[in-house]
Design a binder for this molecule. Structure first.
Ligand code: HSE
Length: 437
């Protein structure tokens, strides 16, 4: 039998510790499946003394990840430190340049330097695998990179951030506050070290940039993505969505349009009966619309130690088997530059929640501004508080909720700017895009 694959792991947080436990628990099965053993022979982390609940005694300890990456005693370097800069970047570059395959869960690193790292892997003839970087345990990278090689993809969209989906789910179902839900997501180990990355949509954007490259054969380009997070979503929006037959999800969407590839991350209304609307808690889901076949939806745990380690281990197993695929599914020389479709040209339905001044002529004035932009309304709901006047109504304003038919982003922005100038509303309108699914 071929000698066991010798693995070096840099980063022993939740994912690193779960990986070590999983390799130990699956030893016999991994050997049977890969035709050789998988041994974690060396590790690197900041603190040697910390108890991680796993046995590190037989592993060589490194305090410098770059040194571990260059160690001749390992065949594959696993990077679980995170961050788009050093030490992760130099360590992965060093491993690839010294002829070792690299496995990483680091979406930030790949979103920023993915093409360069793929070129380096290509030059050295080694693998660069990153299944865990998107959707944790969901095998979406392999699905796009290998499973759908023969398909032409029109759109890929999904719930790519477990923390946001967890927060939106608990706010909706248990009427908890945003802050309370975020705290729990952090305690459960779902959120990034800086949870603003989750909440403001940047984590989703990094993942979407990788999916778009895999789906459309474009160079990874996070700067081409329009990003909005979930911090403005209020209980009133979740309640209104529920009444109107929708749920609010933070979606990452990449779609081919005549203007180019539209890439966007924003809170989105999805029909309650759609499969993506059923996805609750930390679970992620990705739907792929490919020509000639019905949509494919993959659903699974999108964050957490064991879920992420599961994907890292499958990447290591590919290296053990001697499998190597171009990191972005095609030689880097054939990746094209993204032709970015401007967000103003986005077309779709919109949910708009306004605080309208409660006086004659307000509704007519709003309707006129919408009509000027050729925006047609599917529904309009004016709410009257059940239990007497609220703080808002006391000030003479009432919530009005509008649902538009498909229209342009530009039209909506212009109409709402005009409504603002007319001084018939108070505060900023809440706008949530509706995604067809
Ligand atoms: N913070 C990320 C999430 C972790 O909540 O989805 C997995 O990438």
């Amino acid at each position: 039998m071929t000698k066991p694959l010798r693995v070096g792991v840099a980063g022993l947080g939740t994912v690193g510790a779960a990986l070590i436990a999983q390799v130990a628990a699956q030893r016999a099965q991994l050997t049977a499946r890969c035709g050789r053993g998988i041994d974690i022979v060396a590790v690197c982390a900041r603190s040697k003394a910390k108890n991680r609940g796993v046995d590190l005694k037989k592993m060589k300890w490194f305090s410098d990840p770059v040194e571990l990456a260059g160690d001749p005693g390992i065949d594959v370097f696993v990077e679980l430190m995170g961050g788009s800069g050093d030490p992760a970047k130099t360590a992965v570059e060093f491993a690839l340049a010294s002829g070792k395959s690299a496995v990483t869960a680091n979406k930030a690193l790949l979103a920023k330097h993915g093409v360069k790292l793929a070129q380096l892997a290509e030059k050295s003839g080694v693998a660069l695998n990153y299944e865990a970087a998107v959707g944790a345990a969901i095998p979406i990278v392999k699905t796009l990179r290998e499973g759908l090689t023969g398909n032409s993809i029109d759109r890929i969209y999904g719930i790519l951030n477990g923390t946001c989906n967890y927060i939106l789910t608990r706010m909706e179902q248990e009427k908890l506050s945003f802050a309370e839900c975020l705290k729990q997501a952090q305690q459960l180990g779902y959120a990034e070290a800086n949870p603003a990355f989750d909440i403001e949509g940047h984590d989703t954007a990094q993942k979407l940039s990788l999916l778009a490259s895999l789906a459309f054969g474009t160079k990874v380009d996070q700067s081409a993505i329009y990003v909005e997070g979930i911090s403005s979503i209020a209980a009133a929006d979740l309640a209104a969505a529920d009444e109107l037959g929708y749920r609010v999800k933070l979606l990452g969407v990449a779609v081919k349009t005549p203007q180019g590839i539209e890439q966007r991350v924003h809170p989105t209304m999805v029909r309650k009966e759609s499969s993506i609307a059923q996805v609750m808690g930390v679970t992620n889901a990705v739907t792929i619309d490919a020509k000639g076949i019905n949509p494919i939806t993959l659903i699974g745990p999108g964050a957490g130690g064991a879920a992420t380690a599961s994907a890292v281990l499958s990447d290591i197993a590919d290296v053990a088997r001697g499998q190597k695929t171009s990191p972005f599914g095609r030689p880097t020389a054939s990746l094209t530059s993204v032709r970015k479709a401007p967000m103003q040209r986005h077309e779709g339905g919109y949910y708009i929640r306004l605080m309208a001044r409660d006086k004659p002529g307000t509704a007519a004035s709003i309707a006129t501004r919408l009509a000027e932009q050729e925006i047609s309304l599917e529904s309009i709901v004016q709410r009257h508080p059940k239990d007497g006047p609220s703080a808002d109504t006391a000030k003479g304003s009432v919530p009005v909720i509008l649902i538009t038919y498909a229209t342009s982003e530009d039209g909506v922005r212009k109409a709402l700017a005009a409504v603002g100038r007319d001084k018939v509303i108070s505060g900023r309108p809440q706008v949530i895009r509706i995604e067809k699914n």
